[in-house]
Design a binder for this molecule. Structure first.
Ligand code: ATP
Length: 470
């Protein structure tokens, strides 16, 4: 975790003149991103009409499309294009015995300290100097650290007693371990193979914050990759590289990513090696994903506690043994936030400021916006018809409200890579203009070729930089 308040991230607001370049601090950048997220209904405070709930955020229309794209890109790279990984969607509420076996009941804790003066609570491992309160500055006011279990507890059924206690899962991984044998058999997989899952996880975090970076309810994208013990360290290295490549391939700048191996005393109770992939958030470096070598810890524990032999029978060797597990565990919300921050740009165009979310096309919530030049009754119906024809093939939006310039800006702000404009000439030449988000270049295309042209653009790397800006 990065130090709170550390501002080592700068964005440059681009202008045509050198004098128009403006550097903003990380704090300022974060404010701009949060404000954009709210302004465009991407992500905003949950329960806002009741004053909001700290650390709970809702994804509006563009937000849910955006986060779904992040998740489907993960699924595509992990499951769809691979023969060695299959999917799972396990229940959130599992047998409480799972959490006893996994060690979460005993060890899934954070050290909690209270300030006797200002009554605030902190995670002791996030405070550099425990002799003074990081909030009010009082000396010697912090209590001794006590271990606080992060799992949310609830009761199944109407009676609230010890026998009905259950937990909301704090990670999706355990669903994979307890189902591993059945999934392996029904999909006829042999090691090395993996099981991937995306789903909600819940942690009663002591200090949620930094927008969607740390919340109490979040989504994880986890892979458990089962390997022969002697191959574990090689697969660990492979997954660190592979996951780093994924973030880069979807547009995160290389200099904003780094890997950080954990120190021995930082490792979770199940891990012999962990490397985090970190992103340079506006407040400093923070974890996006952890890749852990979980050894045979989980399968062994579940064998012991359930009485079921979860060892793998290796036919070639004629022996049974526990497989080891390499786990790349990512957060869908953190990844979405990082993609959004990294894509945020401001530019000066003809004296006006434009905000652009330069998202990779695959992540953009809307792929194409169809805009009639004006609300003129000769233009709108044809533009609507074009939008309707594109809609089944790509995420399409129709917009006729406001000036054309304002509508372009609105699409730039949500990262729409292409706008299609239907103007008066279109009535005669049956052609429309495609306007590129990044270069603002424009291209005239016959309506009958539009779908094919957009599909080619969305599949390729053409950003219109070769075209004339009209
Ligand atoms: P941190 O050190 O930031 O608390 P962690 O090491 O406990 O994270 P893991 O248990 O490795 O996190 O979880 C895997 C991933 O799940 C993280 O890399 C992160 O992307 C995501 N994640 C974990 N906790 C949260 C949270 N409270 N809010 C949002 N995402 C989270």
């Amino acid at each position: 975790m990065a130090e709170a308040g550390k501002l080592d991230r700068v964005i440059v607001i681009k202008g045509p003149e050198e004098s128009e370049r403006l550097e903003v601090t990380g704090e300022d950048l974060m404010e701009r991103v949060v404000s954009l997220a709210k302004r465009r209904g991407i992500i905003f405070q949950s329960s806002e009409i009741y004053g909001g709930l700290r650390s709970s955020w809702d994804y509006g229309h563009y937000g849910v499309l955006f986060k779904n794209n992040v998740k489907s890109q993960w699924w595509h790279s992990m499951v769809t294009v691979r023969d060695d990984i299959v999917g799972l969607d396990a229940a959130i509420i599992m047998s409480p015995k799972v959490w006893e076996a996994s060690g979460h009941l005993e060890s899934f804790t954070d050290p909690l300290v209270d300030c006797r003066e200002c009554k605030q609570r902190f995670r002791a491992d996030q405070i550099k100097d425990l002799s003074r309160c990081p909030s009010c500055g009082a000396r010697g006011s912090l209590t001794e650290a006590r271990q606080f279990n992060l799992m949310f507890k609830t009761y199944l059924g109407p009676v609230e007693d010890e026998a009905s206690v259950a937990y909301l899962r704090p990670e999706t991984a355990q669903g994979i371990f307890v189902d591993y044998e059945l999934v392996m058999e029904t999909t006829r997989k042999k090691p090395p193979f993996g099981i991937a899952q995306i789903g909600k996880a819940f942690r009663n975090e002591i200090t949620p914050g930094n927008f969607t970076y740390r919340t109490r309810e979040f989504e994880q994208m986890e892979l458990e990759y089962f390997v022969k013990p002697e191959e574990a360290s090689q697969w660990f290295d492979y997954w660190v590289e592979e996951r780093l490549r994924w973030y880069k391939s979807l547009g995160i700048a290389e200099q904003h990513l780094r890997t950080r191996p954990h120190e021995q005393d930082e490792l979770s109770h199940y891990s012999v090696a962990t490397t985090d992939i970190e992103y340079l958030f506006p407040w400093g470096w923070g974890e996006l994903e952890g890749i852990a070598n979980r050894t045979d810890f989980d399968l062994k524990q579940h064998s012991k506690h359930s009485g079921r032999d979860l060892r793998y029978f290796d036919q070639e060797r004629g022996e049974k043994y526990f497989l080891w597990v390499i786990e790349p565990s990512a957060g869908a919300d953190r990844a979405t936030l990082a993609f959004m921050i990294d894509a945020y740009r401001e530019e000066k165009v003809r004296g006006e400021r434009r905000v652009v979310l330069g998202l990779d096309k695959r992540l953009a919530p809307v792929k194409v916006a169809v805009l009639p030049l004006s609300k003129n009754p000769d233009l709108a119906p044809s533009a609507k018809e074009i939008a309707a024809r594109l809609r089944p093939h790509m995420s399409t939006e129709y917009d006729e409200t406001g000036s054309i310039g304002r509508r372009y800006r609105r699409q730039d702000e949500i990262g729409t890579p292409y706008c299609v404009t239907f103007d008066f000439d279109s009535l005669n030449d049956r052609a429309v203009t495609i306007r590129y988000r990044d270069s603002m270049a424009q291209e005239r295309v016959p309506i009958e070729m539009l779908k094919a042209r957009l599909e080619a653009l969305l599949a390729g790397s053409d950003n219109g930089s070769e075209l004339e800006e009209l």
